[in-house]
Write a protein that binds this ligand. Structure first.
Ligand SMILES: Cc1cc2nc3c(=O)[nH]c(=O)nc-3n(C[C@H](O)[C@H](O)[C@H](O)COP(=O)(O)OP(=O)(O)OC[C@H]3O[C@@H](n4cnc5c(N)ncnc54)[C@H](O)[C@@H]3O)c2cc1C
Length: 234
């Protein structure tokens, strides 16, 4: 039996009356990574500390949502990778806000952090679920296998970063034609099923709920002695 550990979304604090730290920041930069996703840089609030893989609550215009941090703790600013959701309140606001606009930052939160063990690490992301793995890589974590599931090649943001640091980096594209070199045509779960050698791994899954459900079921069946850590973007 694999052990699905849903540490990534533990609501630690909500029942424990733990005080959530609130910080003030400003929007410094925005860069579009594809036609649907963009990166924002905000000032790092004084004294703000986090571990690679953690998330924060970002708040603007009365809307607060969770976002995983892309940058590494040693970087001077905080960076996030955000998908512009049609009709989405905060993602739309962040996609058009003026530079210098105030942003409140709550946290950091979460336990989706890297634990070094003797087992090989397999990182699996869909879309902007790549964010925590960026932070881990920028912090010096290497020698992992990374599957990034996206529709098209333009959504493979941060590919250069992973090509340099991952033991194996496999873009999994569901709608690419022609297929870029060394990419897999299909979902990340299909790659796991067909190509990952049997064994015990530490799996880190981040992204949409459907992927995490399907991957966890598959891992339970195909890689039963593995550990699974999850961070669900819902
Ligand atoms: C732990 C955690 C970490 C997260 N990290 C990130 C991150 O790093 N980057 C990121 O882009 N998002 C991340 N999210 C998602 C983020 O918190 C928001 O849910 C997302 O940005 C939509 O917010 P919104 O205010 O724009 O949309 P809302 O106004 O909240 O939603 C509008 C509608 O869009 C739907 N919707 C929400 N998200 C999506 C989506 N991705 N695709 C299609 N429809 C959607 C909603 O169900 C709703 O019907 C994370 C979520 C969690 C729980």
């Amino acid at each position: 039996m694999a052990l699905p550990i849903n540490l990534g979304n533990c609501k630690v604090g909500s029942n424990l009356k733990t005080k959530v730290a609130t910080h003030s920041a400003v929007l410094l930069k925005r860069k579009w990574l594809s036609h649907k996703s963009f990166e924002i840089m905000i000032s790092s609030p004084p004294g703000f500390q986090f571990e690679p893989g953690q998330r924060v609550g970002l708040s603007m215009g009365g809307h607060t949502r969770d976002y995983s941090i892309v940058s590494a703790p040693q970087e001077a600013e905080l960076i996030f990778c955000i998908r512009s959701v049609a009709g989405g309140k905060l993602s739309t606001l962040l996609s058009v806000a003026d530079m210098g606009a105030p942003v409140s930052v709550y946290g950091p939160h979460g336990y989706f952090t890297f634990r070094s063990t003797t087992r090989s690490a397999v990182f699996v992301a869909t879309g902007t679920g790549i964010a925590p793995f960026c932070s881990m890589t920028r912090s010096g974590i290497s020698n992992f296998t990374l599957l990034h599931g996206v529709r098209r090649q333009e959504d493979l943001y941060y590919a250069n970063q992973f090509q340099q640091n991952a033991h194996e980096y496999v873009p999994c594209l569901t709608a690419a034609d022609p297929l870029p070199q060394k990419a897999f045509k299909g979902k990340v779960t299909a790659y796991l099923e067909r190509h990952l050698p049997s064994g015990a791994y530490d799996f880190y899954l981040c992204g949409r709920q459907e992927m995490i459900r399907d991957a966890t079921l598959l891992i339970d069946e195909r890689f039963p002695d593995s550990l699974v850590y999850t961070e669900i973007f819902y």
